[in-house]
Design a protein around this ligand. Structure first.
Ligand code: HEC
Length: 436
């Protein structure tokens, strides 16, 4: 794995590919922050010169790491959960819209859509030779696809949502599930060949070092363990007790493993003797969902902020994320019921005022009296852009009384009902007063 990553980076450097925004920035100079997303950062895939970020705002950011500027890859219809490099010129991402997308990085456009899962596609992985893509579905299935987007087969056997996939080699895949198991599959036959762990708690994340013969896994109960790929015996137990474990990243030379958790820490372990070289809080509040090494000395980390940060793998002196209080985390007693409804249920996807903020949904500025599907520049679903609804207290009430899936079936709005009439009334009152 480590060697394959290095090869891809070298190939990119040799090909002299155009980078986003700036041409050929020197490797090893890093912007401190990657700012511009309109929602939390769920995953990151970095090289010494660029990074891909997957965000709750439905987009993938393609960053020039020297300048901290991004190009946006737009095409997912819901939150993006995972992103990785497919080749020097292509990436693949997946998310809550039940699909994965192969992107042309130079053009910034989708090339293939990998459809067929019946739930969130929580993780996507690329084989070392770049010939296969694996998708982890919360429908309990794993999709195996060729690099041109054609489905090769479904792998079935997990008893719960599949959270993570990682290739051991081009014909062998490891997978981890909410059913607590870590399994290995032969892609030649589609059969499960080994169960490496029965952990008892959901396993969230994986990192493989095939050359060294181990796989690391992180779980909901705070356990991070390194297991032998041959027989599952424990090579090292790196559990720090902070739960859940949400991110694992291996450095390009495979010498370091970074672990991110729900309490906002990033721990770096040196993989020769499994000693902890750094363990510090990367976020003032909230989890670390996204971690990837840019080079052997730098990590890119993301979480609940609308931005990711570049941090030294040797340790950080103060939290670099989570400094800004997200409105939906404000103490409930500071807000009246209408505002509380909005902050908790809507603010992660909608702003109240227009402006440059990127969010998954269109701004709600001027919503009362506004015809549906008419914010300029926002990419609506066909359903909403062709609707003749005018948003009013009555139509907004119906939207959340019935739920978007019934009131505007086929729209990209998340399924959500507000069944309490007083909550609906207070929310709409709040919107009326704060969106004029
Ligand atoms: C996970 C993200 C998400 C959340 C949470 C969310 N929305 Fe939305 N909303 C969207 C998306 C995406 C669209 C556009 C749907 C489409 O194009 O079909 C949308 C569209 C809308 C529209 C139609 C706007 C227009 O211009 O026609 C309204 C009104 C709306 N949302 C209100 C709300 C309210 C009120 C809440 C909270 C109770 C909420 N939404 C929660 C993502 C979200």
């Amino acid at each position: 794995m480590c060697a394959a990553v290095v090869a891809a980076v070298l190939a990119a450097a040799l090909a002299g590919l155009p980078r986003p925004a700036a041409a050929n920035p020197p490797a090893g100079t890093f912007a401190e922050r990657l700012s511009g997303h309109g929602g939390p950062v769920m995953d990151v895939a970095a090289t010494p010169t660029d990074a891909l970020t997957a965000s709750f705002d439905n987009s993938v950011g393609y960053w020039d790491l020297a300048t901290g500027t991004a190009r946006w890859l737009e095409g997912h219809r819901a939150a993006v959960k995972s992103v990785t490099r497919l080749s020097p010129t292509q990436a693949v991402s997946s998310g809550d819209d039940f699909s994965a997308i192969v992107w042309d990085l130079a053009a910034g456009t989708p090339i293939h859509r990998l459809e067929g899962h019946q739930g969130t596609v929580a993780d996507v992985a690329v084989s070392p030779g770049g010939t296969r893509i694996a998708t982890a579905g919360w429908d309990g299935r794993i999709g195996i696809w060729s690099a041109d987007g054609a489905l090769e087969r479904w792998l079935t056997g997990h008893d719960g949502a599949v959270n993570a996939v990682a290739f051991v080699d081009d014909a062998t895949l490891a997978s981890a599930s909410a059913d607590g198991s870590l399994r290995v599959w032969s892609l030649a036959t589609g059969a499960e060949t080994r169960v490496l762990a029965r952990h008892g708690f959901a396993i969230n994340v994986l990192a493989v070092n095939a050359a060294a013969g181990w796989i690391a896994y992180g779980a909901v109960d705070g356990v991070t363990r390194v297991a032998s790929l041959a027989d599952g015996t424990t090579v090292a137990d790196l559990s720090a007790g902070r739960r859940p474990v949400l991110a694992l990243a291996l450095s390009p030379d495979c010498g370091q493993l970074a672990i991110g958790d729900g309490e906002g820490h990033v721990m770096v372990v040196e993989t020769n003797g499994w000693t902890v070289t750094s363990d510090s809080a990367a976020t003032a509040r909230g989890p670390v969902w996204a971690l990837s090494f840019a080079d052997d000395a730098h990590l890119v980390a993301g979480g609940i902020d609308d931005s990711a940060a570049v941090i030294a793998a040797t340790g950080i002196t103060a939290p670099v994320l989570g400094a800004v209080q997200r409105p939906f985390l404000r103490p409930p007693e500071e807000m009246d019921n209408g505002e509380r409804q909005f902050q908790r249920k809507c603010s992660v996807c909608h702003t109240l005022t227009g402006g440059g903020d990127r969010r998954a949904g269109p701004t709600l500025a001027g919503i009362i009296g506004r015809p549906a599907g008419t914010v300029p520049g926002y990419r609506y679903s066909e359903m909403l852009s062709h609707s003749d609804i005018i948003w009013s207290e009555a139509t907004l009430g119906a939207l959340f009384d019935l739920g978007p899936e019934h009131y505007v079936p086929g729209s990209n709005m998340p399924m959500q009902r507000i069944t309490d009439a007083r909550d609906r009334h207070d929310l709409i009152d709040f919107l009326r007063q704060n969106t004029e």
